[in-house]
Design a protein around this ligand. Structure first.
Ligand SMILES: Cc1cc2nc3c(=O)[nH]c(=O)nc-3n(C[C@H](O)[C@H](O)[C@H](O)COP(=O)(O)OP(=O)(O)OC[C@H]3O[C@@H](n4cnc5c(N)ncnc54)[C@H](O)[C@@H]3O)c2cc1C
Length: 340
């Protein structure tokens, strides 16, 4: 295909194994890389004309592909970043690798994202999940996103408020956000260095109360590498389930039987967050296997592909895990990973 945008190639029958961090096979009926945002209207017109569903793919690190995909997979490969020295604003294209972007910001003296180092995936997927780690969430820095609205066939800019951010959640995960493709993100970063060491595990790992940006960045990377498996070596998608939010009353009842159950405050009154990893660990899930699908030895929240697992093996294992938590604790776990 070739319109006003760069030349566009659509491939047929593409195995998505190299494009998802679980490393499972799933065949996409059609597949295209987008390197110019102007290709999106053409691709959606093509999909509409051929009655194909569309899946937007970034780095594939928050997806579980259970089945082949019968439609068009569009991989966002838009690159480029612009730094405004005076204001601290950064505009970055959606296909940039998140970790490389965080590193570039730090090296250029644009601060705030250091706590989010080493999160896999692309910049464009970061607002979808409102990525967060070590006491920081993306929404704290996000000013706006540029989207292609495939329903209206137009490019628009959404403000932070428009994005409806919440814990690992945003407009883009809900009905109202379907058909919005993030092409560019604008962040307001700080030209003044002010470390955020509010997260206890980070404080404990740092040997100074006044870390430099590089020290904080390196410490976050070191903690993450010691805890989470590298998807390049052992297929995984990070935490598979969200931490459930339950009522204070339910928590009090659970404490009678499980006095060690931890909890964390949330913004909403009368509610608390409990760690999904604790619930799964209490039920002995660490290290358990279902064929080549397994629960990581050190982390009950991380499902891994030990080699030849299919998406279905991982899915069935995840279902067994959530059923056991529901039966024992009466808590319904929600996946953090998108299951397709
Ligand atoms: C080892 C490991 C550790 C992780 N740690 C964390 C962590 O600490 N915190 C955290 O929040 N997450 C974590 N994750 C999850 C994951 O890294 C993030 O969710 C990341 O933002 C996903 O990026 P991606 O490009 O791989 O998205 P993908 O998996 O490709 O896509 C995820 C979702 O976003 C949609 N999407 C992708 N790009 C766009 C776009 N441009 N416009 C619209 N929709 C789009 C997709 O359709 C899909 O629904 C971890 C994952 C792994 C493997």
């Amino acid at each position: 295909m070739c319109g006003g945008a760069k030349y566009l190639e659509i491939q047929q029958e593409v195995d998505l194994k190299p494009y998802n961090s679980f490393g499972v096979s799933a065949i996409a009926a059609e597949f295209a890389d987008v390197t110019d945002a102007a290709q999106l209207p053409e691709l959606f017109a093509y999909a509409g004309h051929n009655h194909l569903p569309v899946l937007i793919l970034g780095g594939g690190s928050n997806l579980l592909l259970v089945n082949d995909y019968p439609g068009l997979v569009i991989r966002i490969a838009l690159t480029g970043m612009e730094f405004d020295e005076g204001s601290g604003k950064v505009q970055v294209k959606a296909g940039e690798n998140w970790h490389a972007f965080v590193s570039e910001c730090m090296n250029k003296g644009f601060h705030g994202l250091e706590n989010l180092a080493l999160i896999p995936g692309t910049v464009g997927a970061a607002p979808v999940q409102n990525i967060g780690a070590y006491g920081v969430e993306l929404e704290q820095f996000l000013e706006s996103v540029q989207v292609y609205d495939s329903g209206q066939d137009e490019f628009r800019v959404l403000s932070r408020d428009d994005c409806d951010f919440a814990y690992r959640d945003s407009l883009f995960k809900h009905e109202a956000g379907q058909g919005l493709i993030i092409t560019e993100v604008t962040l307001q970063l700080s030209r003044q260095w002010q470390p955020n060491t509010s997260y206890q595990a980070l404080q404990d790992a740092l040997d100074t109360a006044e870390p430099t940006p590089q020290q904080l960045f390196d410490t976050v990377c070191a903690i993450r590498s010691s805890k989470l498996p590298d998807p390049a070596r052992l297929g995984n998608a990070g935490s598979f389930f969200k931490n459930p939010v339950i009522s204070n009353d339910k928590y009090k009842k659970l404490l009678e039987e499980f006095p060690d159950l931890p909890s964390y405050p949330v913004a909403e009154e009368g509610l608390l967050k409990v760690p999904a990893a604790w619930l799964l660990d209490a039920l002995g899930w660490k290290g358990r296997q279902r064929g080549a699908a397994a629960v990581h030895e050190q982390h009950a929240l991380v499902l891994v592909n030990t080699g030849s697992a299919s998406g279905e093996d991982l899915y069935l294992l995840a279902q067994e895990m959530s059923t056991s938590v529901l039966t024992r604790f009466g808590i319904a776990l929600q996946p953090e990973v998108r299951i397709l």
